[in-house]
Design a protein around this ligand. Structure first.
Ligand SMILES: Cc1cc2nc3c(=O)[nH]c(=O)nc-3n(C[C@H](O)[C@H](O)[C@H](O)COP(=O)(O)OP(=O)(O)OC[C@H]3O[C@@H](n4cnc5c(N)ncnc54)[C@H](O)[C@@H]3O)c2cc1C
Length: 408
């Protein structure tokens, strides 16, 4: 296995369970890939910040089963889908099944509120037929106003696809609505981690794999697949590295960033576990103290996430903190900032814009006994933790019959 993100860990787990000798090589010092906790620094509140808040949904069945397998099925909090949204006038409204059904979402004028039938109309759409257009264009073609797109659809599409509706492929938007919002209340539930991400993913996966007899080699970057004495190999790395290792042309998939700003204020500002801000760089706020069960002695510990805004990558340190903290206090009330930390992930996910479906490689490679995995591959899912786990399991299934020693 090359690559110890969720894709590689999921593949390794299946292969070791199928009785193969497995070695997992990971370039970084820890497993978990894009799902990490930042190394602790003096003065950090407990627990130290993650590289970015990760949210799963009830429909992430393979990801949730993976957590169970590594002993952390209980390290999440499930919540009914209810998204508090704060507008420019500091008014609060909820996006929830009830508010959609009863046309009560207050951040839209009455004429834009009949969203229920719009959502239901997506039930019959063939997602794969709409990869040629943006989700915005698709929605506008079905009578949605630009205002409804900005103030309703973007609130949940942006974090789900790490792009706004105006940039995301309609195929991915339709898939997300069908899979998360139109597949029953349980599928739409928010699933939030309650432990540090590194602990409940990479560290737990390592412990489980080693207990089952796999070898885990961290801090080892593989340069050439041919250097590896194994009957079979799974390449579970991001797209450019996957292409390099497999000697293929690099897929023309761009990345989309996530910038997270972690803030400790001297008084509580957010009275819900999470909230979205409209017309702000601070797209989503999470009460990290409350979600992890570590309320700070004083004030409130927040994680603020901005998804798919490349311009924020260039805003440096203090300026970024001041901008984000200022936008938060402007909406939620005055407070003094006691501590902050920034995490920038320029390549957080691939950007699934129109025309990208065909660029996502399948698990099968041209090399015998070498398969490919990664959230970016052709799983049919957006580039999420669910996609990563599914891709790993598919890559493992394809190899399982042919190999006894699987590695890299
Ligand atoms: C800040 C942030 C927030 C996110 N939020 C969410 C969210 O809310 N919900 C959600 O579902 N998803 C979210 N994601 C996306 C999700 O984390 C990823 O899609 C998923 O974890 C990717 O897993 P992966 O195994 O495919 O790839 P990666 O995690 O990228 O793992 C690939 C691994 O391969 C290793 N590697 C690369 N080259 C080599 C080599 N030559 N030799 C050895 N090892 C190598 C890398 O070091 C890396 O660890 C977020 C991502 C980020 C960064």
């Amino acid at each position: 296995m090359i690559g110890g993100g969720l894709a590689g860990c999921a593949a390794a787990l299946d292969l070791v369970d199928a009785g193969h000798d497995v070695t997992l090589f990971e370039a970084r010092p820890t497993l978990g890939g894009a799902v990490q906790t930042l190394p602790g620094r003096a003065g950090d509140p407990a627990p130290p910040p993650d590289n970015g808040q990760h949210i799963a949904l009830g429909c992430f069945t393979e990801y949730l089963a993976f957590l169970e397998r590594i002993g952390h099925g209980g390290s999440v909090r499930r919540m009914r889908l209810s998204l508090p949204v704060v507008d420019e006038q500091r008014r609060w409204a909820q996006i929830s099944p009830a508010s959609i059904l009863l046309a009560r979402y207050g951040h839209l004028p009455l004429r834009d509120r009949p969203l229920a039938w719009q959502l239901l109309a997506l039930r019959g759409a063939r997602a794969d037929e709409h990869d040629g257009e943006t989700f915005s264009d698709f929605l506008i073609g079905r009578g949605q106003s630009p205002r409804a797109i900005e103030r309703f659809w973007d609130v949940f599409i942006r974090p789900a696809l790490n792009l706004p509706c105006a940039e995301a492929s309609a195929a991915m938007g339709i898939f997300t609505v069908q899979t998360a919002l139109l597949s029953g209340l349980r599928a739409s539930e928010l699933v939030l981690p309650t432990r540090p991400l590194g602990w409940m993913h990479g560290d737990a996966a390592r412990t489980t794999l080693e207990r089952k007899g796999a070898t885990v080699e961290t801090g080892v970057r593989i340069d050439d697949v041919d250097d590896i004495p194994a009957d079979a190999i799974v390449v579970a790395t991001p797209p450019a590295e996957s292409a390099r290792l497999l000697g293929e042309p690099e897929p023309k998939l761009e990345s989309s960033p996530i910038v997270s700003v972690h803030l400790l204020f001297d008084r509580p500002l957010l009275r819900t576990p999470l909230a979205a801000l409209l017309e702000s760089d601070a797209h989503w706020l999470f009460d990290r103290g409350a979600l992890t069960g570590h309320l700070p002695e004083r004030g409130q510990y927040l994680t603020v996430v901005s998804s798919g805004v490349p311009g924020l990558l260039d805003v440096r340190g203090r300026e970024l903190v001041e901008r984000i903290a200022g936008q938060v206090t402007e909406r939620l009330g005055h407070a003094e900032l006691l501590w902050s930390r920034v995490s920038r992930e320029p390549n957080a996910t691939v950007a699934l814009r129109p025309g990208t479906a065909a660029l996502r490689a399948s698990a099968v490679t041209e090399r015998p006994h070498v398969t490919r995995a990664g959230a970016w591959t052709a799983t049919g899912w957006p580039a999420t933790m669910e996609s990563a786990v599914r891709s790993g399991r598919t890559a493992a299934r394809l190899l399982s019959d042919v190999a006894t020693t699987v590695a890299a």
